[in-house]
Ligand binder design. Structure first.
Ligand SMILES: CC(C)(COP(=O)(O)OP(=O)(O)OC[C@H]1O[C@@H](n2cnc3c(N)ncnc32)[C@H](O)[C@@H]1OP(=O)(O)O)[C@@H](O)C(=O)NCCC(=O)NCCS
Length: 165
């Protein structure tokens, strides 16, 4: 299925909600990552990506948020592809595009909660023990990061919080 990627725009909001509902089901708000977002992480629509099908309909989303943990960094998620469009490479493509967008604005790096097997091809690795925490339980085997700027994570430590500016 041909798809194009675009930065997130306000007019995508409703369709994004539908994709998230279809991909995650009713458990989507129970995730600890949601606690980070609802505690004031700053959305970065310019760095977030939607996937659009040939009719211009949203079939995937990968959102980026500005957060802080001792130093500024970005938080990735949710990532979702409509079930009808999964397993065609779109998920990884959106992640790689978001990484490129973050790199282009000089980001230190990105943290996320997800499956290492899925995110490894985009360069993500396990966060070293105790370096970063979230406001709620997270399986340490699913806490991943990608340093973009060399040394960008040197001062990163502690709980992911809303950015102070
Ligand atoms: C995860 C998701 C975004 C991947 O999107 P996608 O477009 O299907 O991904 P790609 O085509 O780039 O890659 C597909 C491969 O990812 C791998 N994969 C998908 N979900 C995975 C998971 N939860 N854990 C590990 N690997 C996974 C599989 O190996 C799959 O290959 P397969 O189709 O041969 O089984 C999509 O499956 C989805 O929306 N899932 C529901 C929501 C979700 O779990 N989001 C991720 C939260 S971290």
């Amino acid at each position: 299925m041909a798809a194009t990627l675009s930065a997130e725009k306000p007019e995508h909001a409703e369709a994004i909600e539908r994709v998230l509902d279809r991909a995650f089901g009713p458990g989507r708000f129970a995730k600890t990552s949601e606690r980070v977002r609802e505690r004031g992480a700053a959305p970065e629509p310019r760095l977030s990506r939607v996937a659009l099908n040939a009719d211009g309909e949203v079939i995937g989303v990968c959102r980026i948020w500005r957060v802080e943990a001792g130093a500024p960094l970005y938080f990735l998620g949710p990532l979702a592809v409509d079930p009808a469009a999964q397993s065609a490479g779109l998920g990884l493509q959106m992640v790689q595009d978001c990484v490129a967008a973050c790199r282009a604005v000089g980001a230190s790096g990105i943290v996320l909660v997800g499956a290492e097997r899925f995110f490894r091809p985009a360069g993500f690795t396990l966060v070293p023990a105790e370096r970063v925490s979230l406001p709620g339980p997270v399986d340490p085997k699913r806490l991943l990061w990608l340093e973009i700027r060399p040394g960008g994570f040197d001062k990163v430590h502690g709980e992911l919080k809303a950015p102070s500016h």
